[in-house]
Design a protein around this ligand. Structure first.
Ligand code: SF4
Length: 218
C-alpha cells in the first residue's frame, strides 16, 4: 500500500461549489461517479439478457469461481447481500434454466453450476464492463499500478474496519508485507511466494489469499 502521511486525516467537509474541495473528497467523488457508471452499465447489460444486476453478478461469479466458492452463502458475502436475497437470485436463475445445484463431494453442501444455456449467457455477458476497460487501456502502467496500490490500501482499511465484508486482495492477506523494498515500482512483498510484488501485480482476487487477522497493520 502507499506510504501514509502523518497527522490527522483530512476532514471531508461538504463540497464547495467552486470545485476546490479537498483532494480526498474529490478522489472519493471520482470513485463514487465511477461506481455509478459501472452500476448503470451493469443494469443495461443485465436487462438485455432478461436478468437483474444481482442475477448477472451471480451468473458471472459461478462461471469463473472455483467450486468451493460456488455456494449461495459465499456469493451473498462476496456481493454484500443477505443469504435470502442471494437465494432468490439463484432461484430465479434456476427457473430461467441458467443454473442448477449439485451435491458437493462431502454431501453436506450444494454447489452451484451453470447449465449449457447459463454458460452461453455468461459468455455473452463477460464483457459487460468493456467500456471501462477500454478507457483504462491507453493509460500508463506505472500510473495504473499507483492507482491500484492506493485503491487496495483503502479497501484493506475498510475490510479491517468492517465496512467491506469480503476482499481477497493482497492488502487483506496475512502473507502481505507492506513496503519491504526500496524499489518504488515493487515496494511490497508476498511472504508466501517469497517474491517482491510489483505494484502492477497486486492481486484483487488471489487463489492463495488467506485473510489476515483483524486489526493487523499492513
Ligand atoms: S498470497 Fe496472494 S493475496 Fe496474499 S500477498 Fe501473496 S499474492 Fe497477495
Amino acid at each position: 500500500m502507499p506510504a501514509r502521511r502523518g497527522g490527522p486525516r483530512a476532514h471531508l467537509a461538504p463540497r464547495p461549489i467552486d470545485g476546490t474541495a479537498p483532494l480526498d473528497r474529490r478522489l472519493l467523488d471520482a470513485i463514487e461517479r465511477l461506481g455509478h457508471g459501472l452500476r448503470a452499465q451493469s443494469q443495461r447489460t443485465a436487462r438485455t439478457a432478461g436478468l437483474t444486476p444481482l442475477q448477472q453478478q451471480a451468473l458471472l461469479a459461478v462461471a469463473r469461481h472455483p467450486v468451493q466458492r460456488r455456494q449461495v452463502g459465499a456469493l451473498a458475502a462476496e456481493f454484500d447481500v443477505t443469504v435470502p436475497t442471494m437465494s432468490d437470485a439463484v432461484a430465479a436463475l434456476e427457473r430461467k434454466g441458467l443454473m442448477g445445484r449439485t451435491v458437493a463431494a462431502d454431501a453436506r453442501r450444494r454447489t452451484l453450476a451453470l447449465t449449457e444455456a447459463g454458460a452461453a449467457t455468461s459468455a455473452g455477458l463477460a464483457a459487460w464492463d468493456q467500456p471501462a476497460l477500454d478507457a483504462l487501456g491507453d493509460l500508463d502502467d506505472a500510473d495504473k499500478g499507483a492507482a491500484l496500490d492506493v485503491l487496495l490500501s483503502v479497501i484493506g482499511d475498510l475490510v479491517r474496519s468492517g465496512e467491506i465484508a469480503v476482499a481477497r486482495t493482497c492488502t487483506t492477506c496475512q502473507h502481505f508485507r507492506s513496503h519491504k523494498h526500496d524499489d518504488r515500482s515493487a515496494p511490497h512483498h508476498c511472504a508466501l511466494l517469497d517474491l517482491p510484488l510489483q505494484r502492477t501485480d497486486l492481486r484483487t482476487d488471489c487463489p492463495e489469499h488467506e485473510l489476515a487477522p483483524t486489526g493487523r497493520l499492513q
